[in-house]
Structures are given as structure tokens and as C-alpha cells.
Design a protein around this ligand. Structure first.
Ligand SMILES: *[C@@H]1O[C@H](CO)[C@@H](O)[C@H](O)[C@H]1NC(C)=O
Ligand SMILES: *[C@@H]1O[C@H](CO)[C@@H](O)[C@H](O)[C@H]1NC(C)=O
Ligand SMILES: *[C@@H]1O[C@H](CO)[C@@H](O)[C@H](O)[C@H]1NC(C)=O
Ligand SMILES: *[C@@H]1O[C@H](CO)[C@@H](O)[C@H](O)[C@H]1NC(C)=O
Ligand SMILES: *[C@@H]1O[C@H](CO)[C@@H](O)[C@H](O)[C@H]1NC(C)=O
Ligand SMILES: *[C@@H]1O[C@H](CO)[C@@H](O)[C@H](O)[C@H]1NC(C)=O
Ligand SMILES: *[C@@H]1O[C@H](CO)[C@@H](O)[C@H](O)[C@H]1NC(C)=O
Ligand SMILES: *[C@@H]1O[C@H](CO)[C@@H](O)[C@H](O)[C@H]1NC(C)=O
Ligand SMILES: *[C@@H]1O[C@H](CO)[C@@H](O)[C@H](O)[C@H]1NC(C)=O
Length: 411
């Protein structure tokens, strides 16, 4: 604490106590300078069940006062998510090569000559191309949102990277063939995010593929929507993140989902349920998901996962037809997430749209103009409005969840 204050007082010449530069969008993560604090070695976990963790204070209590501080805090939030919920995302491996031919990227990733994995990524070119490279949409396991005719489509078979059949699927898939399967390892959501980052690496290496790697969106529905959110949060090269009906573990917060179940008797998916259903999260998350009374100890929640996408584009959809998806919880959580976009001066870079009831993972006509606006703005650089924040339901946000002040980080 003292060190930070000393730096701040001496700070006429330095923009911030942490001095982090703005993200370039050219890197998987913004560079974090040495002055950006890492986690204390033994973090004391505070129990906050009816308050979402404050994104605008570091773990040591130091306030986030400007944009540079935010990128340091974002690095800390990424560390907390990896340590306690998602597992660690490995960096680009030392052996990495790719080829492009016949609309297919073939990627080889390896730790040594004898330990490699190969995966093949088909690219469906855009129907409408103008001069220059096309944007692209990476869709997990198949396409369930409309894709703009100007974008290529890249379907990633995420189950091949990390299987998600049931709670016995842990450690199965190409990611684990490469990295092994100890308990600090990534759960499936993070393994898929790693694969998305490697696709971006390969697109950067193959301009002849005709894809602009700075104009890539990632999307998925339901469990795959949880995955899309994690991919967007953990690679700053992704221009637009579109979690569709991702619910608990995606654009719902653990605490608000718990409140729905325990206090409102609304049968939604909670942390406690989710860890018994599948292998999406790291085993480190089990500690916080033991029963109905432990999730308050988690030092982050999903308003901050969504906030990691800021200032890039985020459009999440939800469907009131399924209580299981946590319709009330997602509204609370994404409203809280918007405070981070507000603090960065880009409130309308985050869209939230809750309609239905309709079939799970079908895309309703009333959302078509909304998703088109997000494509136009974040993939096609058009100056259009993306001011979308709506629900067809009667839920209202309860401000008890966000008792913290929202700083103006870009003043
Ligand atoms: C090119 O890809 C298509 C579709 O995946 C496949 O059917 C075709 O055999 C491939 N052609 C060559 C020359 O590999
Ligand atoms: C890419 O990988 C696929 C699947 O392993 C293989 O059939 C194809 O021949 C490879 N293409 C190139 C150019 O290596
Ligand atoms: C991956 O492809 C490379 C290059 O074709 C090959 O040397 C290697 O054996 C392959 N690895 C696996 C696990 O198939
Ligand atoms: C491109 O055209 C094909 C064939 O008409 C169609 O099936 C597909 O949905 C179109 N894709 C996009 C992204 O417009
Ligand atoms: C769980 O998934 C595994 C593969 O990951 C499969 O072998 C097994 O049959 C599944 N078990 C059940 C009960 O569905
Ligand atoms: C991965 O580890 C888990 C326990 O952490 C174990 O249950 C599972 O069987 C392992 N999977 C493989 C493929 O080794
Ligand atoms: C958590 O709360 C729900 C709703 O009250 C209840 O059905 C469930 O049994 C509780 N779980 C535990 C482990 O107590
Ligand atoms: C956390 O606080 C809640 C609400 O006060 C309480 O019900 C729960 O038992 C506490 N959990 C722990 C692990 O102390
Ligand atoms: C919202 O409230 C109105 C008025 O009470 C009611 O008619 C409507 O059915 C409610 N909508 C939903 C989705 O519950």
C-alpha cells in the first residue's frame, strides 16, 4: 500500500501509479509493466454474498483512478479468474506453425518436437467481399446467430479441443494431449479460448487467407456462449464478443444466480450445480461451489468477466423462456458490467438484449437489427449506434449489488 501511495505522490511525471499503456488491440493481452502489482501471495478471501466485487478497487484496496490503472486491474482480474475459476490459459507455445490452403488453416502447436498437436480450421469465405481482407466470425461448434454477409465464417469444433460431454470428460481433448491434466489446468472454457488465440495467431501469419485478424468476432450459444465470453475476455485481439443465451457461467453472475435460487426459489443454474454437470470450469472452482454458502468468497464475478471485454464490443442475448439460464441474474450482472464500460467512456460498446420465450439458441427476428449494428460498428467500422440494453421481462436492477462508485477513468 505504502509503495503505491509513494509512487502516486511522486507522480507529476507519471500518469499513474501503475503506468500501464492502453491496449494496442494487437496483442493477446495488453503489456503489463513491472509496477503493476501481482496478487499478494496469501490472499484473504472476503465473503460478499449480496454485493458484487468492486471492479474499481485493487485487491489491496487501492482505487482504480484512471485508464492506465484499469488495465493493471484488468490483469489482476484475469489472474483471479484463472486462479479460482477457469484455470490458466497457456501462452502461445514454443513450437507453432500453420499452413493455409484450400480455405483451410492447419495448425501445429507443440511443446517439443515429440509433443505436438494438429488441428484443422475450415474458413467459409464471406459472400460479399470488398477490397481488402474480410472480417470473420468464429462460431463454437456451429452457427446459431445470423452472420453478416461481409464476414467469413470459421466454425471451431470445441469438443475436439476439450470434451464437454459430462463430468467425466475432464482432461480429454487436444488441449490436454498437449498440456497434460493437472488440477491447475484450464477447464474446457479456457482450453477453447486458447484455441481461439491460436487461430488468430495463424490468421496473422496467413494474409493470403483474406481475413483481417483485427476484425474477428467470437460467438457460441448456451455452454458455448459461456465459452465465447471467456475467449473475448482473454484475448484483446477479438473485436466483438457475442455470447448467445450463455446464462450462468456466461453473462449471469454467480451471486445473482444464487440469490435467484436460494432467496427467490427460482430454479436457475448455480455454481453449485454447474460444477457437477460438466468440466467447463477448473477444479479450483469447486471450493467456491461446494454449497449455497460459499460462492460469496470468490473474489471476482461475471460482471468483471464481461468488463474484461471493454472497451471492445460485447453483445449478449438472453431468452426469458428458460429460468435455468438465469434471466433475472443476467440482467443484474450485465447492468453491473456496464459500469466498467461507463467508466471507460464506452457504455454503448456493451449490448444486452433479453427477449423470448423462444426455442433455446434460435435467433429471433427482433434481435437481427441489433446484431447487425454490432457487426457494422465493430467488424465493418461503420459509425452506427449500438445503444441496446433491453428486456421484455419485468425485472428491474437492484442497486444493492453495486454499492461502489463508478469512476470516470478517461477524464
Ligand atoms: C478442399 O476443401 C474441400 C472442402 O473441405 C474438399 O472437399 C476438397 O477435397 C479440398 N481440395 C483439396 C485439393 O484438398
Ligand atoms: C490439413 O490437415 C488435414 C487434416 O489433417 C489434411 O487432410 C490436409 O491434407 C492438410 N492440408 C495441408 C495443406 O497440409
Ligand atoms: C502434426 O503435424 C506435423 C507436421 O505435419 C507432424 O510432424 C506431427 O507428427 C503431427 N503431430 C501429430 C500429433 O499428429
Ligand atoms: C452465404 O450464402 C450461402 C448460400 O446462399 C448461404 O447459405 C449463407 O448463409 C450465406 N452466408 C452469409 C454469412 O451470408
Ligand atoms: C460421459 O462422457 C464420457 C465421454 O466423455 C462417456 O464415455 C460416458 O459414457 C458419459 N457418461 C454418461 C453417463 O453419459
Ligand atoms: C484428468 O484429471 C481428472 C482429475 O483431476 C481425472 O478425473 C480425469 O480422469 C483425468 N483425465 C484424463 C484423460 O487423464
Ligand atoms: C441450495 O438451495 C436450494 C434452494 O433452496 C436447495 O434446493 C439445495 O438443496 C441447496 N443445496 C444445498 C447443498 O444445500
Ligand atoms: C457468507 O455470507 C452469507 C450471507 O451472510 C452466509 O449465509 C454464508 O454462510 C457465508 N459464507 C461463509 C463461507 O462464511
Ligand atoms: C409484466 O408485468 C405485466 C403487468 O403486471 C404483466 O401483464 C406481464 O405479463 C409481465 N410480463 C412478464 C414477462 O412476466
Amino acid at each position: 500500500m505504502r509503495t503505491f501511495l509513494a509512487l502516486a505522490v511522486a507522480g507529476a511525471a507519471i500518469a499513474s501509479a501503475y503506468g500501464t499503456p492502453k491496449p494496442s488491440y494487437g496483442n493477446e493481452y495488453s503489456p503489463v509493466p513491472a509496477s503493476c502489482s501481482h496478487l499478494p501471495p496469501h490472499q484473504r478471501l472476503i465473503n460478499q454474498t449480496y454485493v458484487l466485487p468492486d471492479p474499481f478497487h485493487f485487491i489491496n484496496g487501492h482505487p482504480v483512478r484512471n485508464e492506465a490503472d484499469w488495465y493493471c486491474r484488468a490483469a489482476q482480474i484475469r489472474e483471479l479468474f484463472q486462479k479460482y475459476e477457469l484455470g490458466y490459459k497457456p501462452a502461445k507455445p514454443p513450437i507453432f506453425s500453420s499452413t493455409y490452403s484450400n480455405n483451410t488453416l492447419n495448425i501445429t502447436a507443440g511443446l517439443s518436437k515429440s509433443k505436438t498437436i494438429n488441428f484443422s480450421i475450415p474458413i467459409k469465405p464471406a459472400n460479399v467481399t470488398s477490397n481488402g481482407a474480410s472480417p470473420a466470425v468464429i462460431a463454437y461448434n456451429g452457427v446459431s446467430v445470423p452472420i453478416t454477409a461481409q464476414a467469413a465464417t470459421i466454425v471451431l469444433n470445441v469438443d475436439q479441443i476439450a470434451l464437454q460431454d459430462n463430468s467425466s470428460s475432464r482432461g480429454i481433448g487436444l488441449f490436454y494431449d498437449l498440456y497434460g491434466n493437472d488440477t491447475t489446468r484450464a477447464g474446457a472454457l479456457m482450453a477453447w479460448a486458447w484455441a481461439v488465440s491460436r487461430i488468430l495467431d495463424a490468421l496473422e501469419a496467413h494474409p493470403e487467407a483474406g481475413i483481417n485478424p483485427r476484425k474477428v468476432a467470437v460467438t457460441g450459444c448456451s455452454r458455448n456462449g459461456k465459452g465465447a465470453m471467456v475467449a473475448g475476455a482473454f484475448d484483446e485481439r477479438i473485436a466483438l464478443t457475442i455470447p448467445q443465451e450463455s446464462g450462468s457461467g456466461g453473462d449471469a453472475c454467480w451471486r445473482t444466480s444464487r440469490d435467484m435460487l436460494v432467496n427467490q426459489n427460482l430454479a436457475t443454474q448455480t455454481a453449485q450445480e454447474i460444477v457437477t454437470e460438466n468440466v467447463w470450469f477448473s477444479e479450483s472452482f469447486d471450493y467456491f461451489a461446494r454449497d449455497n454458502y460459499t460462492v460469496g468468497l470468490l473474489p471476482v464475478d461475471h460482471h468483471e468477466l464481461a468488463g474484461l471485454v471493454a472497451p471492445r464490443g460485447l453483445y449478449s442475448t438472453n431468452n426469458v423462456g428458460f429460468l435455468w439460464l438465469g434471466d433475472w441474474s443476467t440482467l443484474e450482472c450485465m447492468t453491473a458490467a456496464n459500469t466498467i464500460f461507463q467508466a471507460l467512456g464506452v457504455a454503448d460498446h456493451q449490448g444486452f438484449s433479453q427477449d423470448g420465450p423462444h426455442n433455446h439458441c434460435s435467433f429471433p427476428p427482433d434481435q437481427e437489427a441489433e446484431i447487425a449494428a454490432f457487426y457494422n460498428r465493430f467488424l465493418l467500422d461503420e459509425a452506427v449506434s449500438t445503444d441496446v440494453f433491453r428486456t421484455v421481462d419485468n425485472w428491474t436492477f437492484d442497486p444493492k449489488w453495486t454499492p461502489w462508485a463508478v469512476p470516470d477513468l478517461v477524464a
